[in-house]
Ligand binder design. Structure first.
Ligand SMILES: Cc1cn([C@H]2C[C@H](O)[C@@H](COP(=O)(O)OP(=O)(O)O[C@H]3O[C@H](C)C(=O)[C@H](O)[C@H]3O)O2)c(=O)[nH]c1=O
Length: 345
């Protein structure tokens, strides 16, 4: 890769959504150079980029978005045409245990990245042309009761340390738009599902615990609702927002698939019953559902998320394409295949 060619900087591209996005984007735009920077914490995995690694428009560097000197050197060495910031500590349960890393990566890391981009783009006289796209979450809006949805104008009301750090980052991103005239845009999506999600999240937990005959922990009464968005649909939305979204705007991205956690667990168990009944045998259970166990609730557990995403649909013509049942089946098949591969190692 010629370093002085214009390059799109993707941060956190070894994680779940970032790696799916790079896979999508390098295929979709073979003439765009992509530089992926990732700290490779416990949640980043270069295996997620196995297929991408050989593509001529892709390059990877290991490092921390919070490392000011290193980030500055990236902007000096490459002609960074835009940034899409996926890098984040993302697991709510971990943030409840200890929020320090969340402030460091999500708030200070984003600020360091913003500062470096601002300095470089200002020097080039292109601060209002080169774009900073912040990947955010519907959790910044807080928690809903049984009805209603978050729109882009819903005031932020984060209720756990993870969402507080993401809301804070969004405020910094917006402030760079208002204060310095930087071209910034924010997307806030609902819960993603699909291949390569880290083991700690709900869907991978359900599948791996089922296959290993372990109890499937469902927090509280299992009535908490999440809206599930297939990761490929999210990638298309990010592409549209990055290229066509209006500066200083936020866009909500939802899947239109609200599920209680207990229903989600039951559906996945039924899929596993259908496709891999043989792995139940050692545990003497008639359905993987028998493994579901209601456990102690998450502290401050947000009850329901739901996004009103009419804006991206109306302004940018996006809509989710993946049917929920199909998406869940593909996801389940991917995890089962990964699990089988591990057994044979
Ligand atoms: C891991 C786990 C989770 N849960 C519950 C807790 C939640 O109500 C739901 C989903 O939990 P998970 O941790 O997978 O995801 P969220 O807390 O909704 O947050 C996720 O979606 C948003 C948009 C992000 O922005 C986060 O980065 C992302 O982690 O299942 C259980 O009941 N048992 C479990 O073992």
């Amino acid at each position: 890769m010629n370093n002085r060619q214009q390059t799109l900087l993707i941060t956190g591209g070894a994680g779940f959504i970032g790696s799916n996005f790079i896979d999508y984007f390098t295929k979709q735009y073979p003439d765009t150079q992509i530089l992926n920077i990732d700290k490779l914490t416990y949640a980043g995995n270069l295996d997620n980029l196995r297929e991408v690694d050989q593509r001529p428009n892709y390059r990877f560097l290991q490092g921390d978005i919070g490392d000011k000197a290193w980030i500055t050197s990236i902007f000096e060495e490459y002609d960074i045409s835009g940034v899409i910031n996926f890098a984040a500590e993302s697991h709510v349960d971990r943030s409840i245990e200890d929020s320090q890393a969340f402030v460091e990566s999500n708030v200070l890391g984003t600020l360091t990245l913003l500062d470096a981009a601002k300095k470089d783009w200002e020097e080039k006289g292109e601060l209002d042309i080169r774009r900073f796209h912040q990947i955010s979450t519907d959790e910044v809006y807080g928690s809903l009761g049984e009805v209603g949805s978050f729109s882009e104008t819903t005031p932020y009301n984060p209720r756990n340390p993870y969402s507080a750090s993401k809301a804070s980052a969004n405020f910094f991103v917006k402030s760079f738009g208002y204060t310095y005239g930087m071209d910034v845009v924010i997307s806030s999506s609902s819960n993603n599902y699909g291949p390569r999600q880290h083991q700690e999240k709900l869907i991978p937990t359900i599948i791996s615990h089922a296959l290993e005959g372990k109890q499937i922990p469902i927090y509280g009464d299992g009535g908490n609702v999440r809206d599930w968005l297939y990761v490929d649909d999210h990638c298309r939305a990010i592409d549209l927002i990055y290229h066509k979204g209006h500066t200083l705007e936020s866009y909500n991205v939802g899947g239109g698939n609200e599920q209680t956690n207990k229903d989600m667990a039951a559906q996945i168990c039924s899929l596993l019953d259908e496709f891999v009944p043989e792995y139940r045998q050692p545990y003497s259970i008639s359905s993987y559902r028998d493994l579901i166990k209601f456990t102690e609730d998450r502290k401050g557990h947000d009850r329901r998320y739901s996004v009103d995403d009419r804006k991206i649909k109306q302004e940018l013509g996006w809509k989710p394409a993946v049917d929920f049942h199909e998406g869940l089946k593909k996801t389940m098949e991917w995890y089962v295949s990964e699990w089988k591969n591990k057994q044979t190692l």
